[in-house]
Design a protein around this ligand. Sequence first.
Ligand code: FA5
Length: 342
Amino acid sequence: MEEKLSLLKEEVEKEMKNVQTTADVENIRVEYLGKKGKVIEILKKLKSVEASKRKEVGQQANKLREEIEVLVEQKKQELKEKEYEARIKNAKKIDITIPVEDKIGSLHPITIVQKELEDIFTGMGFTVEDGNEVETEYNNFEAVNVPKYHPARDMQDTFWLENGELLKTQTSAAQNKIMLKYGAPLKAIFPGRCFRNEALDASHENTFFQMEGMMIDKNVSISNLIYFMKTLLSEVFKKEVEVRLRPGYFPFVEPGFELDIKCPYCDGKGCKVCKNGSWIELCPCGMIHPNVLRMGGIDPEEYSGFAFGLGLSRLAMMKYNIDDLRALNSCDLRILKQMKIK
Ligand code: FA5
């Protein structure tokens, strides 16, 4: 048996010399160390070896097993490296330093407007926060002062998940989490995708983008709100814009407003964009309701704040002169190319 073991060792070494692939190595491993492998069979037969020699033969067989295991590993590694080198040698070579002649693709109009707004707001000391698309009913409604059975829920029907969560209808859904995270004072914007069960038309989509903002501090007033919105919109339209506030109702602000801008395309003379109305309704906003501050862990006796919810999709529509909001979600390159985005 000892002789057989040393013959097996020679046999394995010889076979290993001729292997070409890692699959061949695996076959050798199975041939010797597999369940019915030649070395394993010897170990199984140890009982039949004369008692005085059993220990020695056993040790020799185990040693051979270990040697074969090492050989297999070494050979596999060696072949893997060779295979890798061959792949690199045969791979198509690309010079990544060659400049691209034609620009491939571009950012989506909504992304461009979003980035522009983020730049403006961060320049005014606001942080940019993330919100979820799947939200709890609490964050989307209750935490912004819209309890169950409140009629305002009717205006924001949405898509519900079986676990009771929903696709958020408004970026306001992140207000509570942000207040709890940072406390007061705080200045934050939080852009995001919203969803509503809408009757679709040129200005209503079931999936659209909003950009919400909040500023909370001591003595924040409506004047601060007007100042920030005017500065922001003047930057967006690259000219001084006139704004006006009309009363508007949202359960999470008191007082609440609809902010309009004088049409930046015709300076209020009347055109296609403002539908000859001179003013364009752009951004609901208001002073954050004391209940909302309280639910966010902020004392309304000490702090006040404003919030606004800008329709990002509609702003992109205006900026790029797009007639139908649905074009923005259509993924139709012919439409996106017409926007001549650089
Ligand atoms: C809201 O969603 C409030 N959360 C905004 C707000 C925030 C008010 C903070 C006060 C304080 P509203 O439902 O009006 O409000 O939507 C805000 C903007 O989102 C609209 O002016 C519009 O530009 C855009 N929007 C709403 N629904 C759609 C839709 N179906 N398709 C495209 N844009 C929409």
